[in-house]
Design a protein around this ligand. Structure first.
Ligand code: NAD
Ligand code: 3PG
Length: 528
């Protein structure tokens, strides 16, 4: 079998693949057309972020069985297209965390002491000692936006530099953050108290442009901002304005909304109080060896033995188990994703009840798929079918499973309660036919919904005219409703409406929907 390595990575990866008996070609810098031309020869493709495994490439990949990403981010891989073709997509999410955290600390030091600017000045033949007055880090406060794997390492390194560390992460329980010696604060407090802010969240619906004018205005005028996580989390236009207007003193970015980045597509590059690196957060020998060896071993395991490790689109289970509970794996993942999107607050406990014939089967892959679905909206590519239970444990989330051999309404039922520090929700699902997952209960509302793609969930009074008004406002905004289910609450005047839409509901449209008469609340949901 043949594997193509199409981005530059440690040669250790190539060695692992050839040692496993695979034929390996290393061809970096291929144009999309060149890749399309050759991809049909290969059973495996190993990439970093430069190669774009688009639907078109995947379509041409007649023999491809696996795509391995040496690193975390899978923005460059069309996962639905790969899934549709039965191609396993896997990543190596652990290997570059330390290196990325060190890069953020390096940025903080470079900003504080003007190291890049002073280097450039000396190289121009100047000796500008007075222009580059810096400041000490000791005793200053570092604010971490997102205290997961990398955020926690950055906190530890900053504590070693005698800094005080505070963090904002609405999905992390306070006890877990306390254990790191870090104070969990609100986002406003983070902005107001920190002397330095460092960002360590994935790009999600919730984090897109989350750091914008309001956040920068709340920051201290002499504070500095660092983002080595993902382009698009920080609103670059707002950051530019904050730097020019003196709302903050300096900023460092490793990641950008548009990469590769130039002065033309990113005016920040023209500012003196801005420093940058071209997405180098994972670029150390050590991290590249870690991710290349991990992904090569995973790809080799799959191609030579059929063993799936760290896949994001295929559960790690045998064909027998898949034949029995496969449709419930899809249902579990769907319920997980919906739960996280409707939850308020940080998740503390999950209770999964299997009823009917399902109670007799090996349901552990369903539980894993539920947890993967639960974490995907907030962690994105950092969660897969292997590490989801570990993430739950590391976040102190109790996972309780129970079984009952009778189920009242359907042959097999999955009932899942998620408790957060602000409340709880119960979702019930079942599978119709061979593989048609359905949401049949949302808290006290009974419904029968095919949850998929972009959706709008509305909580409303059960009075005439609501559906009409909703249809009108979506129509006016060019949003087509492809499916609509009304869920009733027994003996109550409340309803829910779940609409599947052909396009994503924008924040502005969501606000308009919330303003309609007889609508209590509305949420834009998405299942990918
Ligand atoms: N620059 C690089 O080369 C480079 C290298 C490695 C990782 N990364 C990126 O760094 C980011 C962090 O990686 P990680 O491994 O620490 O991920 P992680 O999943 O371990 O941690 C992410 C944290 O963000 C939190 N979070 C989610 N939504 C949030 C929100 N709205 N507000 C605040 N916190 C929120 C999560 O609860 C989680 O604790 C990812 O985007 C990853 O792709 C970049
Ligand atoms: O997603 C990742 O692992 C990091 O952003 C690093 O990306 P890179 O491998 O393209 O440097």
């Amino acid at each position: 079998m043949k594997v193509l390595i199409s981005d530059s990575m440690s040669p250790l990866g190539e060695k692992i693949l050839t040692d496993a008996g695979l034929e390996v070609d290393v061809k970096t810098g291929l144009t999309p057309d060149e890749l399309k031309e050759v991809i049909g020869e290969y059973d495996g493709l190993v990439v970093r972020s430069a190669t774009k495994a688009t639907a078109e490439i995947i379509d041409a990949a007649e023999n491809l069985k696996v795509i391995g990403r040496a690193g975390i981010g899978l923005d460059n891989v069309d996962i639905p297209a790969a899934s549709q073709k039965g191609i396993v997509v896997m990543n190596a999410p652990d290997g570059n965390a330390t290196t990325a955290a060190e890069h953020a600390i390096g940025m903080m030091m470079s900003l504080s002491r003007n190291i890049p600017q002073a280097t450039a000045s000396m190289k121009e033949g100047k000796w500008e000692k007075k222009s580059f007055m810096g400041r000490e880090l000791t005793g200053k406060t570092l604010g971490i936006f997102g205290i997961g794997r990398i955020g926690a390492i950055a906190a530890n390194r900053a504590q070693g530099l005698k800094m005080k560390v505070i963090a904002y992460d609405p999905h992390m329980p306070k006890e877990m953050v306390d254990k790191l010696g870090v104070e969990l604060v609100s986002v406003e407090e983070l902005a107001k108290r920190a002397d330095y802010i460092t960002v360590h969240v994935p790009l999600t619906k919730e984090t897109a442009n989350a750091l914008s004018t309001e956040f920068f205005t709340n920051m201290k005028k002499d504070a500095m901002f660092i983002d080595c996580a993902r382009g698009g989390v920080c609103d670059e236009e707002a950051l530019y304005k904050a730097l020019v207007d003196g709302e903050i003193a300096g900023a460092a970015l490793d990641v950008f909304a548009q990469e590769p980045t130039t002065k033309e597509n990113c005016p920040l590059l023209g500012l003196k109080n801005f420093i940058c690196t071209p997405h180098l957060g994972a670029s150390t020998t050590e991290a590249q060896e870690n991710v290349a060896t991990a992904i090569a071993a995973q790809v080799a395991e799959y191609l030579t033995k059929g063993v799936v490790v760290n896949a994001v689109n295929v559960p790690s289970v045998s064909d027998d188990v898949l034949a029995q509970v496969g449709p419930y794996i899809n249902l579990g993942e769907m319920l997980g994703s919906l739960h996280m999107q409707i939850a308020k607050g940080g998740v503390e406990e999950v209770s999964i009840e299997y009823s009917g014939e399902l109670a007799e089967l090996n349901t552990s892959p369903v539980t894993v798929a539920f947890l993967k679905g639960l974490f995907t909206p907030i962690l994105k590519d950092a969660v897969n079918y292997v590490n989801a239970p570990v993430i739950a444990r590391d976040r102190g989330i109790r996972v309780i499973e129970s079984r009952s051999d009778s189920s009242s309404d359907f042959v097999n039922v999955l009932r899942i309660k998620v408790v957060t520090n602000e409340g709880e929700n119960v979702l019930v699902g079942t599978v119709f036919g061979k593989n048609e997952p359905r949401l049949v209960r949302l808290n006290t509302f009974r419904l029968e919904a095919q949850a998929a793609g972009p959706m709008l969930l509305v909580y409303n009074n059960d009075v005439p005219g609501v559906i009409g008004a909703l249809g009108t406002i979506l129509g006016k905004n060019g949003v087509n409703i492809s499916r609509m289910t009304v869920g009733r609450e027994d003996a109550s005047s409340q309803n829910i409406i779940l609409c599947s839409t052909d396009s994503v509901i924008s924040k502005e449209l969501l606000e308009e929907v919330k303003q309609l008469d007889n609508i209590d609340d509305a949420l834009a949901l998405e299942l990918v």
